[in-house]
Design a protein. Structure first.
Length: 273
């Protein structure tokens, strides 16, 4: 069972619902798309999957059909009766909560490792992914559908205009790759932006053994003035000697530095190099 446009409209009408603009709701209404996402997620029997923002359950159904154990986290209580009809009978565990504030240790207590697979609302995609990378190591892989610009920032390499704070954060924790584009025509309602699927794989350890608080303080400060050279944006935090010890050119701009360079700069500032 999957949900096409007719089933989506029937469910909305039967429950007296409309997609919420405030919550960024765009429901996937194409069975081929959700099956493709489930295949790309590479999950199956024995795996534990958490989905954020299941909506009416289109993707949730496809994930449950893989045989994986699925937990769906939905904050919109108006959608609960629909999900109790569409996905709970398939064995999906439904958690009614805001993914930005939920107790993830409690939600994920049933297994040591999890995959996040989700069509994320555009207004929460970046903060949610970055918070999960920082605070929820039990989630070892992610396959998320996000706005194209957001996905390209997650996967960007140093030197490009898309490279920024999210790129550095992802590189610190793992690897990211844009694996597919998703046309607006598969959604109800159709968004005015392009969407992509991004795969993020967490590495066993951070990419650099540097103080993360200091590292991301430097990153935020530098990218807050990304048009300035580092000696200007970081002049109050990084001495000329520290730039030399780190092997970082003070005339560079922040988008030129990969995660290894940020790690060396952090070590130079904290006296580890």
């Amino acid at each position: 069972m999957t949900l096409g446009p007719r089933q989506i409209h029937e469910l909305l009408d039967a429950h007296g619902l409309e997609p919420s603009k405030a919550l960024g709701q765009n429901f996937v209404a194409d069975p081929n798309t959700v099956r493709r996402i489930a295949r790309l997620a590479e999950v199956g029997p024995g795996d534990h999957v958490v989905e954020v923002g299941p909506g009416l359950g289109s993707l949730t159904i496809a994930l449950a059909e893989t045989g994986a154990a699925v937990t769906a986290v939905e904050m919109d209580r108006h959608l609960v009766p629909v999900l109790e009809e569409t996905v709970v009978p398939l064995g999906v565990r439904l958690v009614v909560a805001d993914a930005l504030t939920v107790d993830w240790a409690e939600v994920l207590a049933g297994a040591p490792t999890w995959s996040l697979v989700a069509n994320l609302p555009y207004n929460v995609g970046t903060p949610l992914v970055l918070d999960l990378l920082d605070d929820v190591p039990a989630i070892t892989s992610m396959l998320v559908m996000v706005q194209r610009e957001v996905g390209e920032r997650f996967a960007a390499s140093p030197g490009g205009r898309d490279y920024g704070i999210p790129s550095v954060k992802v590189a610190y924790h793992g690897r990211a790759q844009v694996v597919a584009r998703v046309p607006a025509t598969v959604f109800i309602p159709q968004p005015r932006v392009e969407s992509v699927l991004v795969r993020i794989t967490r590495t066993e350890a951070p990419a650099v053994d540097a103080d993360p608080e200091v590292l991301f303080s430097l990153v935020r400060t530098a990218f807050g003035q990304r048009r300035k050279m580092l000696r200007r944006s970081l002049g109050a935090l990084v001495s000329d000697e520290a730039f030399v010890r780190a092997g970082v050119e003070p005339t560079d701009r922040p988008e030129r530095l990969g995660i290894e360079a940020w790690g060396r700069l952090t070590d130079a500032v904290t006296g580890r190099s």
